[in-house]
Design a binder for this molecule. Structure first.
Ligand code: FAD
Ligand code: NAD
Length: 471
């Protein structure tokens, strides 16, 4: 007989949410995870809580406050003579935020009667899982169903090998103990931009080398252009079309060689962050030996509802690919748990929001103009600048805009793209609207409180029909 109805492997945002939902639905549930803190204690929450979403946002917040006090406080009449940054204190606050939240997950496991099993899981036959704890002890558990949520790890490139001293990945870049004078970043994706911003705001001279010729190729072109201008204004040196050929360490500095359309270039920095994407983590799992299909890029292959090629074994989150986002993995976890008890839950892959936490933030959901053009869909656009928003002006943060793209025939909202203050929060209105298959007119007829930043969405919706009031 199985020990559990469900064993979840991995306690990141995909796995721990899946485990909680399984337990809520009455299934006996165990969750295995191998993550340990520096002092050897289990720490739940996976990449997201330990070395991802949460610590990066903690540092973004601290650095944003410092930057504001330095650059903008005087405008508000706030004098900050002798302002300085204590990186040790900033890091200690970040660590405390992480500790509180990871402990919170342990509390939720307890509350939901989920058995946490510390160690590395290896899949066996007949839905058995062998767990090897860090002290070397091994146990074998069996379940009716297994959910694999082993996540991802930073991708590396041979031309810039991580040494965890001068050349670091995102984990190293979250733990700098001082502000590097000169900082290089390879990759202008989410991590490169967010961590580049953290250290730039604290005084680093930051150069980001991006292989692609376009800035933020996935984003709406007008939003990307506005963001690029703003980040440049904030002091980030964005080098596009940069093909890195080598990174060598000598005399406590890194020399990065790269080629761009002007020819061979060199950049000398004190630290180099490699942020070129993440790769699925199936190490030690031996999933392939049980017959689970893994594709050529290392992702576990799944069908419609996260079912792997083995009956009763599911995979969710970063390890199956698609958007590598915490909220995508969590919702997959909920869907799988609910389907295990016969519910007909579905994932809305079309309405997954994206947010890049620069300042101001970049957020979007749905299609871009370019995607619609490629599929021949006719559309209308409403665009409203934050410069015309009373609330944004009161905040003193007026850069950016809201763009709403609607179907030209049906008026249905197909995409919403925001670059501006609090875009991460504003995008949720767009997600809800799209989830309910709203038209731009529905949004335009919805009363928005004044003065709020959400009025920019209201105005952009009016703009789809050419009737904005304030622009
Ligand atoms: P993970 O969070 O990677 O968790 C996998 C877990 O499985 C880990 O705890 C690991 O220890 C465990 N595990 C792996 N193999 C085994 C095994 N064999 N046995 C036992 N345990 C195992 N996403 C966002 O949505 N918003 C953000 O703002 C954001 N910011 C980020 C910032 C940074 C710097 C980084 C690196 C990532 C960020 N992400 C963000 C991405 C987000 O962290 C991931 O998409 C998310 O963590 C994936 O969740 P997951 O549960 O699939 O995997
Ligand atoms: P990414 O895929 O977002 O960006 C990687 C960037 O590096 C791309 O622009 C790519 O063109 C570039 N690149 C790749 N190889 C290169 C090379 N050799 N030289 C120069 N440039 C190169 O990956 P990331 O920024 O490492 O983030 C990893 C994952 O974590 C992403 O999937 C992202 O969704 C997730 N994440 C999300 C958030 C968020 O939601 N706010 C924040 C951080 C990370």
């Amino acid at each position: 007989m199985a020990d559990y109805n469900v064993i979840v492997i991995g306690a990141g945002p995909a796995g721990y949410v899946a485990a909680i939902r399984c337990a809520q639905l009455g299934m006996t549930t165990a969750c295995v995870d191998k993550w340990l803190t520096h002092d050897g204690k289990p720490s739940l929450g996976g990449t997201c809580l330990n070395v991802g979403c949460i610590p990066s946002k903690a540092l973004l917040d601290s650095s944003h406050r410092y930057y504001f006090l330095q650059k903008h406080a005087a405008l508000h009449g706030i004098q900050c003579e002798g302002l300085s940054i204590d990186v040790t204190a900033m890091q200690a606050r970040k660590d405390e935020v992480v500790k509180t939240l990871t402990k919170g997950i342990a509390g939720l496991f307890k509350k939901n009667k989920i058995t946490f099993v510390e160690g590395t899981a290896r899949l066996g036959d007949n839905k058995q899982v062998e767990v090897t704890a860090h002290d070397g002890n091994t146990k074998i558990l069996a379940a009716d169903n297994i959910i694999i949520a082993t996540g991802s790890v930073p991708a590396q490139i041979p031309v810039a090998p991580i040494d965890d001293e001068l050349i670091v990945d995102s984990t190293g870049a979250l733990a700098f103990d001082s502000v590097p004078k000169r900082l290089g970043v390879i990759g202008a994706g989410a991590i490169g931009l967010e961590l580049g911003c953290v250290w730039s705001r604290l005084g680093s001279q930051v150069t980001i080398l991006e292989a692609l010729p376009d800035f933020m190729a996935m984003a709406d072109r007008k939003i990307a252009a506005a963001a690029q201008r703003e980040l440049k204004k904030q002091g980030l040196d964005l080098q596009l079309g940069a093909n890195v050929t080598a990174a060598t360490v000598a005399n406590n500095e890194v020399t990065v060689s790269y080629q761009n359309k002007k020819g061979e270039q060199q950049l000398v920095v004190d630290k180099l962050i490699v942020a070129v994407g993440r790769k699925p983590n199936v190490e030690g799992l031996e999933a392939d030996k049980t017959g689970i299909q893994i594709n050529e890029r290392g992702f576990i292959e799944v069908e419609g509802h996260c079912q792997t090629s083995m009956l009763g074994i599911y995979a969710i989150g970063d390890v199956i690919g698609g958007p590598m986002l915490a909220h995508k993995g969590s919702e997959e976890g909920v869907m799988v748990a609910e389907r295990l008890v016969g519910q007909k839950s579905e994932m809305s892959y079309e309405t997954i929001p994206w947010v890049i936490y620069t300042s101001p933030e970049i957020a979007w959901v749905g299609k871009t103009e370019e995607q619609l053009k490629a599929t021949g869909v006719e559309y209308k656009v409403g665009q409203f600048p934050f410069a015309a928003s009373g609330r944004a002006r009161a905040h003193g943060d007026t850069s950016g805009m809201v763009r709403i793209i609607a179907d030209a025939q049906t008026d249905r909202v197909l995409g919403v793209h925001i670059f501006g203050i609090s875009a991460s929060e504003l995008i949720t209105e767009a997600v809800v609207a799209m989830e309910f298959e709203s038209s731009a007119e529905d949004l335009a007829r919805t009363i928005h409180a004044h003065p709020t930043l959400s009025e920019a969405l209201h105005e952009a919706a009016l703009g789809v029909d050419g009737r904005m009031i304030h622009a």
